[in-house]
Design a binder for this molecule. Structure first.
Ligand code: KG4
Ligand code: ZN
Length: 363
């Protein structure tokens, strides 16, 4: 255990289309400091295809990672033998990229005798808010990116209970697909958000899948299909029509997200008592309208909304380094034979702590 002593961790992120490395310090009091955070997005490589192409991603990680790690170490003004740990995202994600990142971390660990931490990418999103503000457990996390849409009870490091997930597309993926069908650039989220500001959110009454259901799951594919069908009815589509489609789509996402999180918070409260905060992470949390909806829900639930700065919401190395440092502080290290994983549920090894298995618990 290194609890009490400051640690210095290199974090490596290669699970999707960002090649990233960062050095983060975790102090003995549990606070953190980012010494460097280098992210190279592959958006330009994937843009012609309207989505991430796994083979292109893996090749770009191989080409870029060494240089990015070198820059992260230089920016931090440190050396490999000064590190207390080296962390890599070991999944879930595109397996080619995960192999590149984890193998590189193992090589560094082996050469310099540094402890290795194999981090779950989702755990990194879940813990990163604690890098920026003092945030006690338990809290309720809404994670929405291009690959994931989940509501998670974060009970402690390594202790997560998934309260809701998407049954089909992720929210960011739905934004990207809607953008693609309207001929907007990739990634679509920011473009759809921008055009939505000029559109009529009430022009197209799109469905709000799952709204009113007692579970906290999401479904986006019916909404996406409804947008596709509506867009296909135009012989020639005008800019105002596109803005109206974006606004109406985003309004549906806001409504269904608000409803699902309201239910998620209720499930949280029933099982674990009041959360210390509602926390949003993932690229979708960059959407101002969605942030507004989350703020309203947090206000109504009498809790605080915590949203890390955009650079820490989207994929980056600092989040992996930080999760590595949090695990390292508890002595949670990994072996050289740890395998990369395309799939890895966040709550796989969670045993709900006794203090939460009270009489209110519904299992
Ligand atoms: O977390 P992230 O950078 O990468 C992963 O997918 O892991 O999230 C990227 C996703 C993309 O689907 C993108 O379209 C979406 O987040 N996104 C947004 C916005 N900015 C990014 N979605 C809606 N509104 C935005 N402003
Ligand atoms: Zn992510």
């Amino acid at each position: 255990m290194t609890n009490g002593k400051p640690t210095l961790v290199l974090g490596i992120e290669t699970t999707c289309d960002e090649t990233a490395a960062a050095v983060v310090e975790r102090r003995g009091d549990g606070s953190g400091r980012i010494l460097s955070n280098v992210v190279r997005s592959q958006i330009e490589e994937h843009a012609p295809f309207g989505g991430v192409v796994p083979e292109i991603a893996a090749r770009a990680h191989v080409d870029m990672l060494d240089g990015i790690i070198r820059t992260a170490m230089e920016d931090a003004g440190t050396r490999f033998d000064a590190l207390t740990g080296v962390a890599a995202a070991a999944g879930p994600g595109l397996i080619g990229g995960v192999i590149v990142g984890l193998t590189t971390a193992k090589a560094i660990a082996l050469v310099h005798g540094t402890p290795l931490i194999a981090v779950n990418h989702l755990e990194a999103h879940a813990l990163t808010p604690r890098l920026t503000v003092p945030l006690p457990f338990p809290y309720c996390l809404f994670l929405a990116s291009g690959g994931h849409t989940q509501i998670v009870a974060v009970l402690g490091v390594g202790q997560y209970v998934r309260l809701g997930t998407t049954l089909d597309d992720a929210i960011g993926e739905a934004f990207d697909k809607v953008a693609k069908m309207l001929d907007l650039p990739y990634p679509g989220g920011p473009h759809v958000e921008k055009l939505a500001a000029y559109g009529d959110p009430a022009r197209f009454p799109f469905p709000r899948p799952m709204v009113g259901r007692p579970d906290a799951n999401f479904s986006l594919s019916g909404l996406k299909t409804a947008v596709r069908n509506e867009a296909a009815r135009f012989d020639s589509i005008e800019p105002q029509d596109i803005a109206d489609l974006c606004a109406s789509f985003q309004a549906a996402v806001l409504d269904l997200t608000a409803d699902r999180i309201r239910v998620g918070l209720r499930l949280f409260q029933d099982q674990f008592g009041p959360p210390s905060a509602l926390v949003a992470a993932g690229g979708v949390a960059a959407n101002i309208a969605i942030r507004g909806a989350l703020q309203a829900i947090a206000d109504r639930a009498q809790t605080t909304l915590v949203v890390p700065p955009p650079a820490l919401c989207t994929d980056n190395g600092a989040m992996i380094a930080w999760a590595g440092a949090e695990r390292l502080a508890l002595g949670l290290l990994d072996d050289m034979d740890t395998a990369p994983r395309a799939r890895w549920r966040l709550d796989e090894n969670t045993q709900t702590p006794a203090k939460f298995t009270n009489t209110r618990a519904r299992h």
